[in-house]
Design a protein around this ligand. Structure first.
Ligand code: SF4
Ligand code: SF4
Length: 441
């Protein structure tokens, strides 16, 4: 069975919410919808205090090429446009709406019928995806329409659907595949049409056998779609790792997947594209996994954007006793949340409760030069060296040692027997070096 060839680890899976049916989270009395959900510029608000809005109505207009529209997830009255702390702890502009009813814009097709035919042209498909504010739901939140518009001279040969969900604990993509498999495959055909490719591979890790079987069966009635089981290995969800696993091509340092003829889209994004193109539904909700070893009710919730995570956690039984840390996302790449008063964003995939004893950092010891961090790095970096250089502010050296290639997977920190906080230092160095590179341009 295929997997990527360099580095990687296999953390304990702990998928407590696997197989839990998607439940629709209640809509609270007020939401704060961030105007910045994604990589790139925040959108510009097109509503003002006192305006009445409906579900699906545009409230933020994309501001630049790498930007995405934002739509209201509720109906009601705009209370204010203000700043709101996001999951990273930064203040971001947001539209605060007092909820009244649940009235959707008329253009959204709310029927559950599956619409397979799509007669739109490539340009019309991309325009619909752009209008609907679709961004990558796998974590990077890169506007989807940009990925579907390769730069001049570059041509996509294959579409790869990222359905590996390699982070421990998270199950939102897995459950989506079980419940919306056919819609996802229609989404795949739509993206294939937009890219002008005849082949697509849906890569799924082999710990989701039911999803592999389900999609393999469904794929028989579609042309050009292969479902490929992959060996379980973290971080297979990284674009470069997935491309290597599926087509054995390596994306060079500093380059993007289209350079080797591939375009990667997350499976949740693919479903959102189906909804946007076939149902005229903008992106205003997504699935969130709420989980943890002691979580009273681990599950997968369909949550409107802008809903405070506290509201969803309350519906899932609350924060368990003995929780030492709450993480937004999975345990490897997620970030600690200061509190749960942060709104659901397009990139929110999980809320993870970590027990007290799991949250405490172990004592940091000296590097014993075991090279375990080097052997697990999927990007071929030398994490022990990058950490030392970051401690000593050696920015040119870090750049020379390709710190910008680090995908922040955390495999190095996870594996270090001396408990060295490798990723913390590398991330700090990467941010600094990234700023230096940008200031040169
Ligand atoms: S894994 Fe830890 S102890 Fe081993 S070389 Fe890397 S930093 Fe040093
Ligand atoms: S966090 Fe960066 S340096 Fe560490 S293993 Fe992942 S890619 Fe390599």
């Amino acid at each position: 069975m295929k997997t990527f060839r360099m580095g990687g680890i296999h953390p304990k899976e702990n998928k407590f919410s696997a197989g839990k049916k998607i439940r629709t989270a209640e809509i609270p009395k007020q939401v704060a919808i961030p105007l910045s959900h994604y990589v790139g510029s925040p959108s510009e608000s097109v509503v003002k205090k006192g305006d009445m809005v409906k579900v699906g109505q545009m409230i933020g207009k994309a501001n630049g090429f790498i930007s995405a529209n934002v739509h209201s997830s509720v109906s009601g009255k705009v209370n204010k446009i203000d700043v709101q702390l996001d999951a990273s702890g930064y203040k971001r502009p947001a539209v605060f709406i007092d909820v009244e009813g649940d009235e959707w814009i008329e253009t959204i097709d709310r029927s559950t019928d599956i619409k397979r035919e799509c007669n739109l042209s490539k340009e019309e498909i991309i325009k619909k995806i752009q209008d609907a504010g679709i961004v990558g739901l796998g974590g990077a939140t890169f506007p989807a329409h940009v990925k579907l518009s390769p730069p001049p001279g570059k041509k996509a040969e294959i579409l790869i659907i990222n359905a590996v969900e390699c982070e421990s604990y998270l199950t939102c993509d897995h459950q989506l595949m079980l419940e919306k498999g056919e819609e996802i495959l229609v989404g795949v055909t739509i993206i294939m049409k937009a890219l002008g490719v005849s082949k697509a591979v849906v890569g799924i890790e082999n710990n989701k056998k039911d999803a592999i079987e389900h999609l393999t069966e469904l794929a028989k009635s579609f042309t050009g779609i292969e479902v490929m089981p992959l060996k379980v290995r973290y971080p297979q969800g990284g674009e470069k790792q997935l491309i290597d696993a599926v087509i054995r091509r390596q994306v060079p340092s500093g380059r993007i997947p289209i350079e080797v003829g591939a375009v990667v889209q997350n499976v949740g994004t693919t479903y959102a594209i189906y909804e946007a193109v076939q149902k005229n539904k903008p992106m205003f909700e997504r699935i969130l996994t709420v989980t943890g070893k002691d979580a009273p009710n681990p599950g997968n919730y369909l949550v409107r954007l802008g809903v405070y995570l506290q509201n969803v956690v309350d519906q899932a039984g609350g924060v368990p006793a003995g929780t030492g840390k709450i993480v937004g996302g999975g345990p490897m790449m997620g970030r600690s949340l200061m509190n749960l008063s942060v709104p659901m964003a397009k990139g929110s995939a999980g809320v993870l409760f970590m027990k007290d004893e799991e949250s405490v950092r172990k004592p940091i010891k000296n590097c014993i030069r075991c090279a375990k961090c080097v052997s697990v790095c999927p990007m071929g970096l030398e994490p022990y060296l990058l950490m030392t250089q970051s401690e000593r502010n050696m920015w040119p050296e870090m750049e020379g040692n390709r710190v910008m290639d680090c995908i922040e997977c955390g495999s190095c920190s996870y594996t270090c027997p001396s408990n060295r906080p490798l990723l913390d230092y590398i991330r700090f160095g990467k941010t600094t070096v990234g700023g230096i590179i940008r200031s040169r341009k």
